[in-house]
Design a binder for this molecule. Structure first.
Ligand code: URA
Length: 228
């Protein structure tokens, strides 16, 4: 197997980053620095190390949860013993090494992806990748066509202009908003910037993964191809 392919299957980074890691002399094969991504390796014989640890191929896992409101997106270390998302995850699955992709606010529901594929996690959360996140948003006030246009152009939040969103008006007080950024409280801040307020928020799509018929608190195993 090619060294590069093996490193991808260990989930440490995406192909492009892995090339850099190899070129930066960070991969050690049998005690020697290896700079050739195409080097052939035999897992029965060769010892491959990264950051002074032996690498082991792992089965890459992907799950999607319909996150209920009331839980902080964290797998451990509860802050002041508040409920965390791992409390709702099935105890039949071994969650070690698996993390949520990005975060949803405590009061937000909807699509939350979990994986041990570090490369995919990075790809989905890296701002330059422009990954779609679509939200069902209930508002405190009716939204005007002018305000919809502002969301589609970009609004000022935290001293920067948000990238243009895509908006579908469902009713006067409900919209579907698709954004490619994922800053802290992004949707709430965008709506606040146009003088409105989010009263309920649910993520209905992250990349290709849609909420569909997944019930609140339900988790489903998916494939990488279902996500991107
Ligand atoms: N934007 C928000 O404001 N909150 C979320 O949980 C997700 C996006």
């Amino acid at each position: 197997m090619r060294l590069e392919k093996y490193l991808i299957s260990c989930g440490i980074a995406s192909g492009k980053v892995i090339k850099k890691i190899i070129k930066n002399s960070e991969i050690i094969v049998n005690g020697l620095i290896e700079n050739d991504p195409g080097r052939s390796i035999d897992l029965e014989i060769d010892l491959i190390q990264y950051k002074e640890k032996e690498l082991v191929e792992k089965e890459l896992k992907y799950y999607v949860l319909n996150k209920p409101a009331g839980y902080i997106t964290a797998m451990s270390n509860p802050v002041n013993n508040r409920p965390i998302i791992s409390d709702v995850l099935s105890k039949d699955i071994d969650w070690s090494g698996i993390s949520p992709v990005g975060r949803l606010d405590k009061d937000t529901e909807g699509v939350l992806i979990f994986t041990n594929d570090g490369a995919l996690n990075h790809e989905l959360t890296y701002p330059e990748k422009n990954i779609d996140k679509e939200y069902y948003v209930e508002l405190s006030k009716e939204i005007s066509d002018e305000d919809l246009a502002k969301l589609e152009t970009g609004v000022e939040i935290d001293n920067y202009i948000s990238k243009p969103g895509k908006v579908k008006k469902i009713t006067d007080k409900v919209i579907h908003l698709t954004i490619i950024e994922g800053r802290y409280h992004q949707v709430k801040k965008m709506l606040r910037a146009i003088g409105n307020r989010v009263v309920f928020l649910r993520r209905i799509r992250f990349a290709k993964i849609e909420l569909g018929d997944l019930k609140l608190g339900e988790i489903r195993e998916v494939h990488r191809n279902d996500i991107v």
